[in-house]
Design a protein around this ligand. Sequence first.
Ligand SMILES: O=C(O)CCC(=O)C(=O)O
Length: 286
Amino acid sequence: MLANTTRTLTEAQREQWAVDGYLQIEGALSPAEVDFFSKLLDDKVRTEPGYEPAPGALPRGHYDWKLPDQNKDGFMDRRDLLPCHQAFIDLIDRPRIFDLILDLMGPYIQFSMSQAIVRASTDTFPGYIHTDGGQAQKSIRVSETSRPLAVKVMYLLTDVTAPDSGNFTVFPGSHLRLFPEKPERLPHPHMPGAVPLLGKAGDAYVFPHALWHGPSPNHSGKARKTLLYNYCQMFMRAYDFSGPYAGLLERCTPRQRRLLGDLGHDFRPGDFFYAPEDQEAVMTGT
Ligand SMILES: O=C(O)CCC(=O)C(=O)O
């Protein structure tokens, strides 16, 4: 059964989205869900091989199949979580957050990526400021009144109550303007304009790929865990799978299937540009 999707942004959220370029949704996950996902990362995701960064072997942003560090507080950056557990599939269109995604992005969207990141407490990581969407998105900025091209939801699984705790750090408004990124002025989490956000486990940050953002260093003494879910307009490409995600479709609701690329027929040229006629009804559950 699909939840009927009716929630929309408040006026204050709409303004914050347009001006600052991000939202913080408190209590998006319950404490029980935070515990559940946190244990799932420790006891299942981390103990099995999966797609992880391979610095030195592969360029930045490319993932190789490997086993992460087995220390539960060590660094982990796992992609393509959905096959790992039904709960990861169900989080794709969790009503309270997905309602906002639909309101922001419109109904012609797909799910494009899932990720779990554990930022270890360490003196060796200086943080990392970037846009999402690779090289291209650094120079693509839509206007305040436009729908975004792609949006990420970051669920905190750890309280982040002080700076330099692996905070999600944003440059408010940077989704709308040229941002300096020169060898002599590389963006970093302590430069002017950076806002290291605080939050409670269970909070979610929602932001477009165009916003300059990233993790601050983590000197808190404890690892910071997050889940990240990405959505993009249908004419763009998913990052974690290359076509309809066939291996998962039988575990999905109709809406989840559509978000994972199942348009209800075999691929035809033009698909994903013009969506099936029931796209809006499938997305909103009406
Ligand atoms: O805070 C992190 O660990 C990374 C989050 C981030 O910058 C991203 O997902 O693009």
